[in-house]
Design a protein around this ligand. Structure first.
Ligand code: HEM
Length: 115
């Protein structure tokens, strides 16, 4: 597959996964949990696979630099928070803030590549 296809899949899936996490934080309704967890999981999986596809295709000799590990942690964090908010519905605001910080850190890492 051409590299732009991986980019489109990666960025689209990240945007949708983040949207689902914010949606869960704003309205942690148990009745909507199952559908959101399923869609969020699919989006996280696509983002993950496309991210490693990009790593292999766009940066074949880069290995596993620190910024990739940090992005991986951010991805797992955003995915986990969408489920965690159903266990602590009153913490939606805090979880939204953490989600925003994780996304900002991941975007910073891909553009600045600090390590
Ligand atoms: C919350 C998590 C993540 C966010 C917000 C995020 C965001 C982005 C964005 C916006 C880009 C496009 C950069 C550009 O081409 O201008 C990108 C590219 C990329 N991402 Fe992610 N990403 C995340 C997770 C991951 C993960 C888990 C991996 C695992 C390998 C990954 C690997 C990559 C790679 C290799 C590129 C391409 C860099 C290049 O074109 O040279 N990302 N990411």
């Amino acid at each position: 597959m051409p590299i732009p296809v991986y980019h489109v899949l990666h960025v689209t899936a990240i945007i949708l996964m983040t949207a689902i996490t914010f949606q869960s934080c704003a309205d942690p309704d148990e009745g909507k949990k199952r559908k959101r967890m399923m869609l969020g999981g699919i989006a996280a999986f696509i983002a993950f696979v496309a991210g490693f596809g990009l790593l292999a295709k766009a940066e074949p000799s880069i290995g596993w630099p620190g910024w990739v590990i940090v992005k991986l942690i951010c991805l797992l964090g955003v995915a986990a928070l969408s489920g965690a908010v159903y266990r602590s519905p009153s913490k939606g605001g805090t979880f939204s803030l953490i989600t925003a910080v994780l996304v900002a850190v991941a975007v910073y890492c891909v553009y600045y590549r600090p390590f």
